[in-house]
Every structure is written in structure tokens, then in C-alpha cells.
Design a binder for this molecule. Structure first.
Ligand SMILES: [Zn+2]
Length: 475
């Protein structure tokens, strides 16, 4: 390892207790989209206390902030998140479903780790820059509302990334890998139908049912599935079914749609067709419909130049130093996944090692090695995608979770303060800090990453999927 990496790593290790402490606090705050007041306050104050210039409320988001150190070019951004998921309140460290607050929120995507590991990387890099007179600028972006609102899309729209040269990020998960694939672009749209209430038996002819409209819209969209590209995904949740009384014609009903496809342009087209199903349902039922677009995520533009540098350091800091106790901790969580998740894990093990997969899984309750990111299948959406349209960006994952742990589940919350999570977040910090240092000090690498990014975009510019009037909000 080169001297700069040794020094940065030493600093990150020296401060790891503090990193864990704040991450654990954020786990406890469990604040969901655009309500991350305590989390962003504690993280931004920590960075301020270490000499970063902190600007809060960027991009029109109260809980966003940027913490900057250094001067001039290049400008390297490290992205962090701290939002929780609704309905996933869960006690730590227990391998059974046990809510702390019934119906409360929980860190089901590990964003308590995400923010603090990125901060630890930025802090470690700053220390080295300061002591060695390294030029250039580093920034930590505290990004709210990754879940369900695509907070970064607003930050991109408002120009918060306009002068940045390279962005690096990571995500907790079950594997150590560079994210080599893309992600799905994604729109969230509310459809609210307004009808007329009436006595369902005495005067049904005087009623116009908003619930009928929701049902007919959903049927229309379900027929539409046959005639869309294979990779597209459409899901919906009926938010308001119009009440609990079957003998009252429902005058108000609402459904929320998530519409996903590999490219934003595909989603724009699909969303218009879904909206036409809504308009058709309104016409059929004599109701009216309000269409409210509340979130949009763009597909991720991967970058192999940045990915290769990250991969080099992943191999440096993985495997993590896991003890027998750490492995026993993980093992108890591998035993409480569903049979379907188990089957998916077994398929993954077969693809990785072939014949000896059973013994392999027994011996590896944590996948504590680097996997070639090209072997991993994507499928979700992330607002890091929006950043990647305006800045060459790459993301890694580290194994913060027991093998096979499903995403957005109580098991993720339960492991969020555990020993594996703690060690894997520190490994992620080291990888990001060392890679960021290389981009800070090697102009040629920045040029190559930018060239690749331009090639991949092929002349396209950021499609900015947010309707102009849309503001960051809690909905
Ligand atoms: Zn996440």
C-alpha cells in the first residue's frame, strides 16, 4: 500500500468509534424522507467541528447539506444518505421481527451506515490533504430522501453538482463489488379520482364511484403489461379506497404508481400510457382525475474508469477481519430468511462457486470477498442515477449484511448496528477515500473518466425528469 493510503487508513481507523457512534445515533433517529432533521444536524455539525465549510438547505431541501474542504479543481464529491423507510421499526441484533415503535420507521436500507461511511472517507481524505498540502476540493453531499422521493434529482436540477468533476458513492448490502450495471429510471405518480357520493342501494344512479375508477385504471394498466418492454416494471398501491362503507358510493379514491424502465425516455412514454389509462377510467366512470407526479429517478450511467480504481481498493480492504463471533452473529440472520430468499441465495452461490455451493454457504454467512460487479443483477432504482447524468460517477457495495438478507426488510434494520455492518462501513470508507485521493491528484484519470462518461451518454444531456413546478416535499 502506498504511503497516502496507509495514512488515510490509519486516520479512518483511529476515528472509527466516532463513526460508529454517529451511525448508531442515525439508526435510532430513523427519519424518513425530508424529515431527517436530527440525522443531518448531527452529521453536519460533526463535519463543521472538523473544519469543513458546511452549507445547509442546498437545492431547496431543508435536510440537505454540503461539507467542503480545499480549493480549486478538481472537485471530488462523495455522496451520503441518511433517510429511513416507513413501517420498518425493528429492534437491533435480534433475529426475529420485533418492532420498537409499532408502525414506526427503520433503517431498512442501511442509510445510517451510508452517510457516516461517506463522511469518514471525506474526513480521512481531508486530514491527509491538510497535512500534505494536497490541492483540489473535496465535498461530502448529505442527500436526503433517497427512498420514495429521489432527493438527489432536485439537487441536480438546482445545480448543486454543476462544478463537480467526479462523484463516488457506496451502498450497504450483501456483496463487496463495484456497481458495474445501470439502474432503472423510476417515476412516482399519484392518481386521485373524484366522483359523487350517494346511497349505494337507494340512489346508485346518482353516484359516480372513484373506487371504480381506480379499479378500472389498474385493470387497464395490467392489460398494458403485455405490450411494454420486458425490462419495465409497474407497481401500484391503493392509498385511499374511498372508505370502509360498501353502502356509500366512494367519492374519492387514490392510487400511487411506480413506473420503472431502463431509460428515463422509456419511463416518460410508459407514464403517459398509464396516465391515459387513468383518463380512460375517469371517462368510463364519470369521474375526474388529478395526476400528481411526486418523484423521479434517472437510470445510472456506470463508469469503468472510476469503477476500476474503486475495485483496486476493494481488493485492498476486503476481506474484512471478521471474528468467529461476527460470523455467528451473521449466521443467525441467514437462518431467518424466507425460502424464496434462500433459493435466490443458493442460485447466487451456485453461480459463484459451482459444485461446492452448499459447503460454501455454510462456511460463508457473510460474503467476505470481492465479487466482479458484472456478475450481479440490478433491478432497483437510485437517485445516484441523476447525479451520474451530470458528473462521472461510480458506486460500490460492501457486505454489511448476512448473505441472502433481503433488501428493505426488518433483517436489514436488525443488523444495522451489528459488528459486520460496522466493519463493512469502515472498509467502504477506506475504499472511497483512497480512490477519491487518486482522482484528486491524477488529472489524467479524471480526463479518462470524463471521456468514458461522454461516450456512454452519446451526446444526450440530463433529461431532468422532474416537472418544473415540482418541489421537494413530504407526501
Ligand atoms: Zn438504499
Amino acid at each position: 500500500m502506498e504511503q497516502f493510503a496507509k495514512d488515510i487508513v490509519q486516520f479512518i481507523d483511529d476515528r472509527k468509534e466516532k463513526t460508529w457512534e454517529i451511525s448508531d445515533h442515525v439508526w435510532g433517529y430513523a427519519e424518513s424522507r425530508f424529515s431527517e432533521f436530527k440525522s443531518s444536524k448531527e452529521e453536519s455539525e460533526y463535519m463543521e467541528s472538523l473544519g469543513f465549510k458546511v452549507t445547509r438547505g442546498i437545492g431547496g431541501e431543508d435536510t440537505a447539506f454540503v461539507a467542503e474542504f480545499g480549493r480549486g479543481k478538481p472537485i471530488i464529491g462523495i455522496l451520503g444518505e441518511y433517510d429511513a423507510l416507513s413501517g420498518l421499526s425493528q429492534e437491533a441484533d435480534v433475529a426475529e421481527r420485533k418492532e420498537i415503535i409499532p408502525g414506526g420507521d427503520g433503517h431498512g436500507c442501511g442509510h445510517n451506515l451510508l452517510g457516516m461511511a461517506s463522511i469518514a472517507a471525506t474526513v480521512g481524505l481531508k486530514d491527509y490533504m491538510e497535512k500534505n498540502g494536497v490541492k483540489g476540493t473535496i465535498r461530502f453531499y448529505g442527500c436526503p430522501a433517497e427512498e420514495n422521493a429521489g432527493g438527489k434529482a432536485f439537487l441536480v436540477r438546482e445545480g448543486c453538482f454543476d462544478d463537480v468533476d467526479i462523484c463516488i458513492s457506496w451502498h450497504p448490502g450483501t456483496t463487496n463489488a463495484v456497481n458495474r450495471g445501470s439502474s432503472l429510471a423510476n417515476f412516482r405518480i399519484f392518481y386521485t379520482f373524484h366522483g359523487l357520493s350517494s346511497h349505494a342501494a337507494g340512489a346508485p344512479h346518482l353516484g359516480r364511484s372513484a373506487l371504480d375508477a381506480v379499479e378500472l385504471m389498474d385493470v387497464g394498466v395490467n392489460y398494458m403489461r403485455e405490450h411494454m418492454i420486458d425490462e419495465a416494471r409497474i407497481h401500484y398501491a391503493i392509498i385511499n379506497s374511498g372508505g370502509t362503507a360498501p353502502n356509500v358510493v366512494q367519492s374519492e379514491a387514490q392510487v400511487l404508481y411506480a413506473i420503472r424502465a431502463p431509460k428515463v425516455t422509456d419511463v416518460v412514454e410508459l407514464a403517459e400510457r398509464v396516465s391515459n389509462c387513468a383518463r380512460g377510467a375517469a371517462l368510463m366512470t364519470g369521474t375526474t382525475v388529478d395526476i400528481r407526479h411526486v418523484a423521479a429517478y434517472s437510470n445510472l450511467i456506470p463508469n469503468d474508469v472510476i469503477g476500476d480504481v474503486l475495485d483496486k481498493y476493494l481488493h485492498e480492504f476486503i476481506p474484512m477481519d471478521l471474528t468467529e463471533e461476527d460470523l455467528a452473529y451473521a449466521k443467525k440472520f441467514t437462518e431467518v430468511i424466507t425460502p424464496l430468499d434462500r433459493a435466490a441465495l443458493e442460485n447466487q452461490a451456485k453461480a459463484l462457486v459451482g459444485k461446492g455451493w452448499k459447503e460454501f454457504l455454510d462456511a460463508n454467512p457473510v460474503l467476505n470477498f470481492v465479487i466482479d460487479g458484472r456478475l450481479l443483477k440490478g433491478g432497483g432504482s437510485t437517485d445516484v442515477g441523476d447525479v451520474s447524468w451530470v458528473v462521472p460517477t461510480s458506486q460500490i457495495g460492501t457486505s454489511t449484511l448476512a448473505a441472502g438478507t433481503p433488501g428493505h426488510a426488518w433483517q436489514v434494520v436488525a443488523q444495522g448496528k451489528g459488528p459486520v455492518a460496522h466493519k463493512a462501513m469502515i472498509a467502504a470508507s477506506k475504499v472511497m477515500a483512497c480512490a477519491a485521493y487518486e482522482f484528486l491528484t491524477t488529472p489524467k484519470l479524471v480526463e479518462e473518466a470524463t471521456e468514458e462518461w461522454k461516450d456512454r451518454l452519446g451526446g444526450e444531456t440530463y433529461p431532468n425528469p422532474l416537472p418544473k413546478e415540482m418541489k421537494p416535499e413530504i407526501w
